[in-house]
Design a protein around this ligand. Sequence first.
Ligand SMILES: [Zn+2]
Length: 429
Amino acid sequence: MFDLIIRNGNLPDGRKGFDIGVSGGKITAVEKTIAAEAGEEVDATGRLVSPPFCDPHFHMDATLSLGIPRMNVSGTLLEGIALWGELRPLLTREALVERALRYCDLAVTQGLLYIRSHVDTSDPRLVTAEALLEVREKVAPYIDLQLVAFPQDGYFRAPEGAASLERALDMGIDIVGGIPHFERTMDEGRRSVEALCRIAADRGLPVDMHCDETDDPLSRHIETLAAETIRFGLQGRVAGSHLTSMHSMDNYYVSKLIPLMAEAEINVIPNPLINIMLQGRHDTYPKRRGMTRVRELMAAGLNVSFGQDCMMDPWYSMGSADMLEVGHMAIHLAQMGGIEDKRKIFDALTVNSAKTMGLTGYGLDVGCKADLIVLQAEDILEALRLKPNRLFVLKGGEIVARTAPRIGELFVKDRPSSIDSGRDFVPRY
Ligand SMILES: [Zn+2]
């Protein structure tokens, strides 16, 4: 017997009209027709049923702070960092928790149930770490939140950067961050990568660094990160976030770099929304796009997963906790509009991110956690095109959010009376 059955869903791999049975919080059957009853049934009406979205790169301590204490006038990364420095002394635990919880409310309705957030550890008060650890516990019933100790002002560059990062790890933050391109010199950046990988190896923790988030083609900390990953035996447990300098690097150098990254099993996390907003700011025309080399990295077998990075904070005034918006932008920036391309992009928002985050029990196989979403689209290609409503969001087999389908009513002579954008325009390839 089942606690819940989702009827007539299309699966991300293209299988259509399947039932998914759930018992004890897990998926216990995926069949064309489940001939049994359940305590509760969800009719997917031939729409896409997917595992939930995962965001492997976010800043939950900064989200929803837009305009406090002022706006970012130049719109650059560096003014964003300066503005965050103005806001930081004003932060209180209560306000941080309140904003993060509000963000998580939105994330759940968007089917975003796994989030990795960086937590700025530059202020020795560590009020950010205290707040986000509290949030991690509060949202645990509906969101799995991973936290990265992130020395925003530099591991060496901030007065107490190194000590604060270690204290944050002692408090229970479980991933080691870094920002080598923001240290004072290239050499300090290189040494920060080495020191942080050593801490991760000693503590048995993963690494996730903001790495080479710059247009400078000579910012090559990813090379050091890959080499240190191998030296400390951290293969598969290290993520390089952004890697935007790779966009501008010399092609010959990249032909040596990508195989090194593959050898180190680096998880690559581009952040398309932020990358197109912040990179190329010092260019006149033509302006570089700035996102790392997604197509080439995927082709080399590297695990690429996309992050949202920011929503309504000193760096980015936009955002809606919608990973399909992230994927939509990635398709444009990477020029990956083909059918197979889009499949890879959808994977980058789901299974690849789950791999980056080291999740277990994620997916649609029998035995996986019953974390599932039903979207107002028939397949993943349409989901990426439309960024449709998430009709049902389930965590551990329980419905945690529901949104009505978006139906437009039309009052035009001799035309239909309503439009379901997720159903009425599906292409037949
Ligand atoms: Zn970031």
